[in-house]
Design a protein around this ligand. Structure first.
Ligand SMILES: O=C[C@H](O)COP(=O)(O)O
Length: 224
């Protein structure tokens, strides 16, 4: 997994459904190529394979429900992600939380499969516990700021700094990224200044009128 990174999570937003997921991913790819920065996209499961066939930047799954492929109707199996073209997986997002024993197993299996692994956590101590499981990155995201436009890097900088310190001290190989409410290039810049190695964001990019312009603004701070 490469850093610094901007990860764009499409969630289940209507603005990123169907062909629109491909359009946003292509805008992200254009920015990544023009600036030479790392941008990954996380479309909904419904569009993951289509997006993965359409762009060369890394495509991540937003999560999984079960570990092994098999008789799991309406579930997404971790073991099938590579077949669908995923390069990575986001686990334990606050909107798709996992039990600790499941999370531990999924992190291990995803790494065996060669996937990039990002584990989300709501606060510094949970981030430390998540880092102990051995992902490539932990994403600290205070749930109350998600989707609010109130950036974690401005409204809860102490959460970010504490996470960077704790994880950096005990698990220096695990990168800390952050997200929640990040809306502007300035917010991304602030997150990087706090010591993170990237940002996980959704609504600002997905709901933008001009995806290319917005993603360009959000990605430019990665150059500094
Ligand atoms: O996965 C993304 C995070 O939940 C942040 O979402 P947001 O950028 O809409 O606040």
């Amino acid at each position: 997994m490469k850093f610094p990174v901007l990860i764009l999570n499409f969630k289940a937003y209507a603005e990123a459904a169907g062909r629109r997921a491909v359009e946003i991913a292509k805008a992200a790819e254009r920015v990544a190529k023009e600036l030479g920065v790392n941008i990954a996209v996380a479309p909904n499961h419904l569009e993951l394979a289509l997006v993965a066939q359409s762009v060369e930047i890394p495509v991540y799954a937003q999560g999984v429900d079960v570990e092994s492929p098999g008789a799991h109707t309406a579930h997404v199996a971790l073991g099938n992600l590579k077949e669908a073209g995923a390069a990575g997986v986001i686990l334990n997002h606050s909107e798709a939380p996992l039990r600790l024993n499941e999370l531990a197993r999924y992190v291990g299996r995803a790494r065996e499969l060669g996937l990039d692994v990002v584990v989300c956590a709501p606060d510094p101590t949970t981030s430390l516990a998540a880092a102990a499981l051995g992902p490539h990155a932990v994403a600290v995201e205070p749930p109350e700021l998600i989707g609010t436009g109130r950036a974690v890097s401005k409204y809860k900088p102490e959460t970010v700094v504490k996470t960077v310190q704790l994880v950096g001290k005990h698990f220096p190989d695990v990168a800390v990224i952050t997200g929640a409410g990040i809306e502007s290039g300035e917010d991304v810049e602030a997150a990087l200044r706090l010591g993170t190695r990237g940002v996980l964001l959704a609504s600002a990019a997905v709901k933008a009128k001009d995806h290319y312009q917005k993603i360009m603004e959000l990605a430019k701070p990665l150059l500094k």
